[in-house]
Ligand binder design. Structure first.
Ligand SMILES: Nc1ncnc2c1ncn2[C@@H]1O[C@H](COP(=O)(O)OP(=O)(O)OP(=O)(O)O)[C@@H](O)[C@H]1O
Length: 273
């Protein structure tokens, strides 16, 4: 589905990270974790072909992403960015409908089936009551759910989500995580592949995900959540004592020590020699 080997990432001549290998199969959830500024968004942008890589290759369904058109990429991968208020007012359902663009001909307008797909995606996320509301006046969390609905309407096999729960309240976070789990085990197909970044390692346990733990632009550890999210790895990467405990219901949770001051963002910034 998606495979990147030995990627080097960066902006212009500025290197941000090296030695990054990522692979996602249908039905699999990959959680990208790491401190602020370690390069998660930059990696996403490179995986999506929005940013040229400084080295290495990204293969999408076996084809180099550099050889694919934007429309072909969009039919294979849906991207859920962090929600921002747009400068123009759109109805929420129009935003969801934008997910259908890659499936339309050059001069075609969305048809009945496209509108039905947009409304279905909103229903699936429990936000159909927002369909005709002004997107720019929705709360950050509501906007995030609309963007996830847009990705569902796009019907791409792989969904890449940049901190999808960042601005959501407790209940909506759980709802989105449940949707992510559903997408991966979608019974009607092989299941979507999902790559998501998060700052909450508990989510990787809740989703039974594979984890790519990044630090300073590189991969610190990669594998199933219980193997990667250990006391030692989390304490090293985040620069403060962290313990991983198991609740009475069997769920693992990560508990950072609150007795030390948090590390600064610059202490985690990647610098090339
Ligand atoms: N457009 C840009 N041009 C140059 N440098 C950038 C650009 N965008 C981000 N950076 C730098 O790249 C580094 C990695 O940023 P990135 O946004 O990928 O980190 P991140 O892990 O997603 O961070 P966060 O968890 O805070 O969202 C940071 O040092 C950042 O300042």
């Amino acid at each position: 589905m998606l495979e990147a080997r030995d990627l080097a990432i960066g902006y212009g001549v500025r290197p941000i990270g090296t030695g990054l290998s990522v692979a996602v199969k249908p039905g699999e959830i990959l959680c990208l974790l790491g401190p602020n500024g370690c390069g998660k968004t930059t990696l996403f942008r490179t995986l999506l072909g929005l940013l040229p890589s400084h080295g290495g290759t990204v293969l999408l369904n076996g084809r180099p992403i550099t050889a694919m058109t934007r429309a072909a990429i969009a039919r294979a991968v849906a991207y859920v960015p962090q929600a921002h208020a747009p400068p123009f007012p759109f109805e929420a359902v129009e935003v969801v409908l934008m997910g259908r663009t890659a499936r339309l001909g050059a001069f075609s307008q969305p048809g009945k089936a496209d509108r039905a797909a947009a409304h279905d995606a909103m229903r699936r996320l429990g936000i159909h009551d927002l369909a005709h509301r002004d997107y720019s006046r929705l709360s950050g969390g509501q906007r995030q759910l609309v963007l996830i609905a847009r990705a569902l309407a796009q019907e791409a096999a792989l969904i890449v989500m940049d901190e999808p729960t960042a601005s959501l309240d407790f209940g909506n976070q759980a709802q989105v995580l449940a949707q992510v789990a559903d997408l991966a085990r979608d019974a009607s197909a092989e299941g979507h592949g999902v790559i998501l970044s998060t700052h909450d390692p508990d989510q990787a346990f809740a989703l039974d995900a594979r984890v790519l733990l990044m630090c300073r632009g590189g991969v610190y550890a990669e594998g199933p959540a219980p193997e990667v999210l250990t006391d030692a790895n989390l304490s090293t990467v985040y620069g403060l004592p962290v313990t991983v405990e198991t609740t009475s219901s069997g769920r693992r949770v990560c508990l950072p020590s609150l007795s030390q001051s948090a590390p600064t963002m610059t202490s985690n910034a990647f610098t090339m020699a």
